[in-house]
Design a protein around this ligand. Structure first.
Ligand SMILES: [Zn+2]
Length: 401
């Protein structure tokens, strides 16, 4: 039996990284090291493809803030404290506050799109270099950008709500319409904020509403807002037919005349379908992530400080399997020295890479460099360049064998 794996925030200051190899301080050096990482045959007869592990840093250039990057949420918004699972499930007032902030933050998330980093992952997958992506992000950018590469969303996703009693999933977009209908004054506020551009800018000076901040999980801080007036709907299925409790009694699920969840309801609470802090990761997700690591020969880590143990332990697993590890992240990574201990100092990226460069710069450049190499390799095999682009994955496997 596994011990349950809980999502817990980690806010310690992390030391600056040691760049590996030493030549990888510049963008060109980083590019060469990553090129070596992908093209070198993996040690110990491991599979040739890599599994990718991503975090909030990858979504920053999509307009979604990081927790701890240069302008991370923990730094810009010192009072930011994410909601905990127990608080959400047990406290009606906490849920009102959560959904009010989520209501204001949703349009920002909805109009955000995957960025060049996500599309570079798609391209690396098409070349045959990536077998799966494990993400801690809840923004759904991975499945959108590369539907053909499996994406394991370790901390769930914001695109759905889920009933905490009957576990039915509903589209978050529909839920937003219900919230607007139940909270007309908030809907007006949101319209005004959107029209004024207050939700579109990260520059605090430009914000029409003082202290309005968008957080990585897509919610918004609005100090002094009357959260207590906010209303949210119950699970339609539980409202129509209140479920039976374990003890054989029926749950109470009630709504006011407008359809908002009210006390003394004991069930039918909708939750964003994300793993909240203090909540356990579903065991099937955890197993799938472990399998993704076990089925790959290399691990590429992008835009994460591995602050959550659920992500950190996957890297430890890769290390224990002898997989080469590459980390592209601005700022320190939890326990990274341990991942790069006992390295051959003459290695040039084939066993380990640690760089501090922007993912949206280095990844597209890496893709074009790898494609060039493929094209010339295809030419040397008397194959035409036009065929090379379609036969990429095969050509690359040939090159590695
Ligand atoms: Zn339900």
């Amino acid at each position: 039996m596994h011990k349950p794996l809980m999502r817990i925030p980690y806010t310690d200051i992390l030391p600056s990284p040691t760049i590996i190899p030493a030549s990888a301080h510049s963008l060109t050096g980083a590019l060469t090291a990553l090129h070596n990482f992908f093209t070198a045959p993996p040690p110990n007869q491991l599979p040739t493809s890599a599994v990718v592990l991503t975090g909030a840093g990858l979504s920053v250039s999509s307009g979604l803030p990081d927790y701890r990057g240069i302008n991370g949420t923990y730094r810009v918004n010192k009072t930011y404290r994410p909601i905990y699972y127990n608080e959400f499930t047990q406290n009606h007032e906490a849920r009102k506050r959560y959904w009010a902030r989520s209501f204001l933050g949703w349009p920002n998330l909805l109009k955000a799109n995957p960025n060049t980093g996500h599309y570079a992952i798609r391209d690396l997958g098409e070349i045959g270099l990536i077998s799966a992506v494990i993400t801690q992000n809840v923004d759904s950018f991975h499945p959108r950008a590369h539907p053909r590469i499996p994406s394991l969303e370790l901390h769930g996703y914001l695109r759905s709500t889920k009933c905490t009693t009957c576990h039915t999933e509903y589209p978050r977009e529909d839920f937003q319409r219900h919230l607007a209908r139940l909270n007309p004054r908030w809907a007006t506020l949101l319209q005004e904020a959107t029209a004024s551009g207050a939700l579109n800018t990260e520059d605090p000076e430009e914000k029409k509403f003082r202290g309005l901040k968008v957080n990585p999980d897509g919610d918004v801080d609005l100090p002094d807002a009357p959260y207590t007036t906010f209303r949210y709907p119950p699970c339609p299925r539980c409202l129509a037919d209140p479920p039976i409790k374990a003890e054989g009694f029926r749950h109470t699920v009630r709504a006011d005349s407008d359809g908002a969840w009210i006390l003394p309801s004991t069930a039918g609470i909708l939750k964003p379908n994300v793993v909240m802090f203090g909540e356990n990761i579903p065991s099937h997700v955890r197993t799938a992530a472990e399998d993704a690591v076990d089925n790959a020969g290399k691990l590429l880590i992008l835009g994460t400080s591995l602050a959550t143990y659920s992500a950190w332990r996957l890297v430890k697993r890769a290390k224990d399997r002898g997989m080469p590890i590459a980390i592209v992240n601005m700022g320190g990574v939890r326990g990274e020295d341990q991942f790069f201990a006992d390295l051959d100092p003459s290695q040039a990226g084939e066993l380990a890479v640690r760089v501090e460069v922007s993912t949206d710069e280095v990844l597209p450049a890496l893709v074009s460099q790898l494609r060039q190499k493929l094209a010339s390799s295809a030419l040397s095999h008397n194959a035409s360049i036009s065929n090379a682009s379609q036969e990429n994955s095969y050509a690359f496997k040939d090159m590695l064998s």
